[in-house]
Design a protein around this ligand. Structure first.
Ligand SMILES: [Zn+2]
Ligand SMILES: [Zn+2]
Length: 339
């Protein structure tokens, strides 16, 4: 089968590789299409737990091609999305219901064969039916699950005001969940006007153009429109400079959510006295593991919308072009790679 195969960071080619065969508890998934994610850029550089050789790709929709003898609950040809985070089920974290903290966690497309390929195998417990959902919507299942987990991590109080820095696809899914999850007002700040247009079209109350050259001006504007700050501030850009603004923009008793992927070496400073005196909570939200079913329900009902988020499509052969477009093209939002 055809697959994008890295032998080392920044070194990949589209190869013919043996088609995987499913074990007794596995499903063989025929890939229809996969989304490219910001983390795929980190993986390209060898970060984000990447292990080589590697077939990347973790946002997949496909169909059941074959199933092992122990697989239950799926029929041949059924449309499925695959949860890419595979926990060990043995460690103390897994046994205490905190699977995402598993130190042995495997990530499809990170340190386990991923979906930029014609086929992949996965333990059937990690496959979810998306039968009847448009594949262009179902391809957002994994980012929608990450957004669901972000909402869980935030635990917003009803009537909160929220600010999200960043208007990438996952950030806009989280923004919608906040809109529908009881927030009184949701603002998105991002550096790209066309992404802010999309944010407004998806139901966000207010948008602010983030000026990276003059972050101070953006912060002043945000203070002005909010009357001082926000109950919830989400950092979804992955920029440490933006991260630096989160605590000061959070109202007393509020919560900062670290949702974007920074470089491991990045540092953000804040005043511990300020966090102490104003009882600010700082939380992290990494990926997802238990929120796939909830994400699929929200996508199926249309409560979570993806209209207009897919801006580019490439084939497997053009994976390099797809990565480059995500990196450099300001008009790229979600890029989908079809098989
Ligand atoms: Zn992703
Ligand atoms: Zn574990």
């Amino acid at each position: 089968m055809k697959a994008v195969l890295y032998d080392a960071p920044r070194s990949f080619a589209v190869h013919d590789v043996p088609r995987p065969s499913p074990g007794p508890g596995d499903i063989l998934v025929k890939v229809l299409q996969s989304g490219i994610c910001g983390t795929d850029l980190h993986i390209h550089e060898g970060n984000f737990f990447a292990e080589f050789p590697l077939i990347p790709g973790h946002e997949v929709v496909g169909t059941v091609e074959a199933a092992g003898s122990e697989v239950e609950g799926f029929v041949s040809g059924e449309a499925v999305a695959v949860n890419p985070n595979i926990n060990c089920r043995h460690c103390e974290y897994c046994r205490s219901g905190r699977a995402l903290l598993c130190p042995n966690l495997k990530g499809m497309g990170t340190n386990w064969p991923g979906s930029f390929a014609e086929y992949l195998t996965v333990p059937y417990q990690f496959a979810y039916s998306v039968e009847g959902i448009d594949p262009d919507v179902a391809v957002f299942t994994e980012p929608a699950a990450c957004a669901m987990h972000g909402l869980e991590s935030l635990g917003p109080r009803p009537g909160s005001t929220a600010l999200i820095f960043g208007a990438g696809p996952t950030g806009l899914l989280l923004a919608q969940l906040l809109v529908h999850g009881g927030a009184a007002h949701v603002t998105v700040a991002a550096p790209t006007e066309f992404k802010l247009d999309r944010a407004r079209a998806l139901g966000v109350d207010e948008t602010v153009l983030l000026d990276r050259e003059d972050l101070g001006a953006t912060v002043r504007k945000l203070r002005e429109i909010s009357g001082g700050g926000f109950d919830l501030v989400v950092e979804a850009t992955g920029s440490a400079l933006v991260g630096e603004q989160c605590v000061p923009l959070t109202l007393n008793g509020g919560t900062v959510l670290v949702f974007g992927v920074t470089q491991p070496s990045d540092r953000v400073s804040f005043s511990p006295y300020d966090v102490f005196r104003r009882e600010i909570t700082i939380r992290g939200s990494f990926a997802e593991i238990n929120s796939f079913a909830a994400a699929i329900r929200a996508l199926r009902s249309g409560r979570l919308r993806t209209t207009g988020l897919i801006t580019h499509r490439f084939t497997l052969d053009d994976y390099g072009q797809a990565l480059k477009t995500l990196q450099t093209d300001k008009s790229a939002h979600k890029i989908v790679v079809t098989v």
